[in-house]
Design a binder for this molecule. Structure first.
Ligand code: SF4
Length: 340
């Protein structure tokens, strides 16, 4: 696995998405800073996991990447073409598909699974005749581990795992090269989750798909990804290879997330695993480093000067005034037990 992405299949460049909230009588409009100046890249056939707590902006970023929301500023480059532009998006929409968080809401309850898959092909003029599309739907259902007779089932007659497989089949129906998967396993129980993860890995291997996985589960990210980008309050705090993210995370927030990941024996966990305090409001995010209100290592400069993502070696990008490669061990110890 490469530590740096030399020729990206997909690149997000300086992407910002702000939402204006409607102001009440006599009140000025407020702005939600959902995503701020995010840059990411991932190579063909690789997986980028975007990780963060609820409200960090990762789902908004996913919607910007697939063109469901227009960014306020910035670019989404697919093989160098900016698909954030409407004309380019129309031309390339088929190539990048979203698998959304809740499979039940992603499927039309009044449509059979087969009809949903055939409709996706029709919209993009794929599959040929009606019979050819139905045959292709059967093949896709088998491809994702469902029997052919699921073609005539409605979502209400399927389990959560089966619905997720059907949603993946519908996304594959338009022959994409990139899948953006928003919390693909968060609504599933542990055994089903493992099967869906294995299915995704198998599909990637067989079809050469590029994945962007949006998740709050750091253990899923470390299991499935080549690169991991950690977001906090609209910004990327660390963007690293999976080995760097799991063995030598450099940003304090990344270290705390890693320390909090589930372990088989919780008694073996380091003394301090929580992140103190609440996530501040995205309407009025903290100045300087957005993590400074919760960071055990914050110093004065953190409250006023925004740290830029900087390559601290081997393509490990970190936005922290205090992170230095030579401090890896020292910072990790401090963050692991700040009350020592
Ligand atoms: Fe903590 Fe300062 Fe680094 Fe932000 S810049 S993560 S507040 S040490």
């Amino acid at each position: 696995m490469a530590d740096t992405v030399v020729s990206p299949r997909l690149e997000v460049r300086e992407l910002t998405k702000h939402f204006a909230l409607r102001g009440g009588f006599g009140r000025s409009k407020e702005v939600v800073h959902a995503v701020d100046d995010v840059s990411l890249r991932i190579g063909a056939g690789q997986t980028l996991a975007i990780v963060g707590e609820s409200g960090c902006g990762k789902s908004t970023l996913a919607r910007c990447i697939v063109g469901l929301t227009s960014p306020t500023a910035g670019q989404v480059l697919l093989d160098g073409v900016d698909i954030a532009q409407p004309v380019a998006l129309r031309e390339h929409r088929r190539e990048i598909q979203l698998v959304s968080q809740n499979p039940l809401s992603a499927l039309n309850r009044r449509r059979t699974v087969g009809s949903a898959i055939v409709q996706a092909m029709q919209v993009h003029g794929l599959g040929g005749s009606k019979q050819a599309r139905l045959d292709a739907a059967d093949d896709l259902l088998e491809r994702v581990g469902l029997r052919r007779d699921y073609r005539d089932r409605f979502p209400s007659a399927m389990s959560g795992g089966e619905m997720q497989r059907a949603v993946i089949a519908r996304a594959l129906a338009v022959e994409p090269s990139v899948l953006v998967l928003d919390e693909p396993t968060s609504s599933l129980d542990v055994s089903v989750k493992a099967k869906i993860v294995n299915l995704l890995l198998e599909l990637q291997r067989d079809l050469g798909l590029t994945y962007v996985i949006i998740t709050h589960e750091i253990d899923l990210a470390l299991h499935i990804a080549d690169r991991v980008a950690i977001m906090y309050l609209g910004r990327v705090t660390e963007d690293a290879s999976v080995e760097q993210a799991s063995c030598t995370p450099l940003h304090p927030y990344a270290k705390l997330l890693l320390a909090a990941k589930p372990v088989p024996d919780p008694r073996s966990r380091a003394a301090y695993v929580g992140i103190d305090g609440e996530v501040p409001s995205a309407v009025d995010p903290p100045k300087g480093c957005r993590f400074h209100t919760r960071c055990p290592l914050a110093i004065d400069v953190c409250t006023t000067v925004r740290p830029d993502l900087t390559d601290l070696g081997d393509g490990q990008l970190v936005a922290c005034h205090r992170a230095e490669p030579r401090d890896r061990k020292g910072l990790l110890d401090v963050v692991a037990d700040p009350h020592d």
